[in-house]
Design a protein around this ligand. Structure first.
Ligand SMILES: Cc1cc2nc3c(=O)[nH]c(=O)nc-3n(C[C@H](O)[C@H](O)[C@H](O)COP(=O)(O)OP(=O)(O)OC[C@H]3O[C@@H](n4cnc5c(N)ncnc54)[C@H](O)[C@@H]3O)c2cc1C
Length: 430
């Protein structure tokens, strides 16, 4: 079970099958570091690892345990690219940053699989490719456009017709699909814990149960205060994504935390297991309220989708995921559903991750819009490069001041209204 979270979303498959966590004692007393990191998920740990490998003295504080946030709860789908397609990214960001953002996001899975190899991380990593499935015929045009846009940049994605999609997924729900060979899947908590072990081996100090309560400035240093300790550093990296609190206003107003939830079966009998995603692919479909699913290394089907804020509504969404799984894969019959859990993804107004500067010495990376396994790993490295002195203009993403979302206080109402609209459009097949 995930500790210190609501029971309705705490019964995580990943926590139940986790490798041993690193020893991360709370921060006690006063200490120094060149770089302080807030948040022990993929962004913070990737930053800590890359900084320690570059010889920097780095300390990280995590409010709960390592991987407690979305990094230890997600679907483990390692997907390339961003929500926006390359043409749109380049037209928004222009000739300097546009191609860099596209290249960096397209290569993000490679960094993940390279780190896993280099640090021998045991996380059931597989790289058969990642699939986007078209839930109706009108979604096929979008897949063809993605294929054209990536081809123009030297990357071949494969179009799957209806029959190929049915064969690869095990369901005839879809009108077709796209196979992106750069993607894959893994056990997300074990990947996160593996990065933490690697960061510690490289010399990073990681502190669990150490919520940063205040951030202040003293001359050229920044001071992070926890309930039992104090950390002074020249640079601070904020890596709190969908769990961003009031530590560094107005960062919290730049993202909307939205709940995503998953359910998992028991390990399926071999004859059923062979019929669902037999090639080990992970799928995300083209519905506005996307379904994402895969089978784990022990043969459990994991189905994910949009959650809700309240417990009753969340329980209802979890049941809908079980129901839709049975519709798509009737062979599941009366298999047992053993796990149900969820967490917060961080959405941004422009659907893109942001590098946000809060002060000359404080930078944050957040807003992965539900696609952070690969991108958070990359952005942690980008933060590390910045903390090592890479100038803003040479980073792969532009650095900007905080961009608070208007009417942020009404975000829950806004999310509920958007979800209702999307559900209606999906139901109408539009
Ligand atoms: C259910 C679910 C499914 C998902 N599926 C996928 C998927 O299949 N593929 C994909 O690419 N992405 C997926 N995502 C998104 C992905 O998990 C995230 O984008 C990514 O993990 C973000 O990593 P992070 O390190 O930035 O943030 P997190 O992992 O959320 O870590 C932030 C951490 O900051 C800590 N923190 C916050 N405030 C403080 C403070 N004041 N002091 C100390 N610590 C603090 C929190 O405790 C938390 O542990 C999913 C997310 C969820 C919730």
């Amino acid at each position: 079970m995930i500790e210190n979270d609501r029971p309705v979303i705490a019964n995580s498959l990943w926590t139940a099958t986790a490798n041993p966590a690193p020893d991360c004692q709370p921060l006690i007393g006063a200490s120094h570091a060149q770089v302080a990191i807030v948040g022990g998920g993929l962004t913070g740990l990737s930053a800590a690892l890359h900084l320690a490998e570059a010889g920097r003295d780095v300390a990280l504080v995590e409010a709960e345990s390592i991987g407690w946030g979305a990094s230890g709860r997600n679907g483990g789908q390692v997907n390339p690219g961003l929500h926006l397609d390359p043409d749109e990214v380049e037209s928004r960001f222009g000739p300097e940053f546009g191609p860099r953002i596209v290249r960096t996001s397209g290569a993000a899975p490679q960094l993940v699989f390279d780190l896993i190899d280099r640090h021998q991380i045991r996380c059931d990593a597989r790289r058969p490719g990642w699939i986007r499935a078209a839930h109706n015929k009108s979604a096929l045009g979008d897949l063809d456009s993605k294929i054209r846009q990536w081809a123009a940049r030297g990357t071949t994605l494969h179009r799957l017709d209806q029959g190929e999609m049915a064969e690869i997924s095990g369901t005839d729900t879809y009108a077709g699909g796209l196979l992106d060979p750069r993607g894959g899947n893994l056990h997300p908590l074990n990947y996160t814990l593996g990065l933490a072990h690697a960061a510690q081996r490289a010399g990073a100090r990681l502190h669990g149960q150490s919520r940063a309560l205040r951030l202040s400035r003293d001359g050229t240093s920044h001071i992070l205060q926890t309930d039992k300790g104090q950390l002074r550093a020249q640079k601070v990296l904020l890596c709190t994504n969908g769990y961003t609190d009031d530590l560094a206003a107005p960062l919290k107003q730049t993202v909307v935390p939205v709940r995503s939830v998953q359910v998992a079966t028991e390990p399926l009998p071999e004859d059923i297991r062979r019929t669902i995603l037999p090639g080990g692919h992970a799928v995300a479909d083209s519905r506005r309220l996307m379904l994402y699913y895969r089978v784990d290394a022990q043969g459990r089907l994991i189905m994910g989708g949009r959650g809700a804020y309240g417990d009753a509504a969340t329980a209802h969404r979890l049941q809908s995921l079980r129901d839709v799984s049975r519709q798509m894969f009737p062979q599941l019959g009366d298999c047992r559903w053993v796990h149900a859990w969820g967490g917060f993804v961080a959405m941004t107004a422009d659907h893109l991750p942001h590098l946000t500067r809060l002060d000359g010495g404080i930078l944050s990376a957040l807003g992965y819009n539900g696609r952070g396994v690969a991108m958070a790993t990359v952005m942690g490295k980008v933060l590390a490069d910045w903390a090592c002195g890479t100038p803003d203009a040479a980073l792969p993403f532009p650095v900007a001041p905080p961009r608070p979302i208007p009417f942020h206080g009404l975000r829950r109402l806004g999310v509920a209204a958007t979800v209702a609209k999307y559900r209606a459009l999906d139901a109408l097949g539009l």
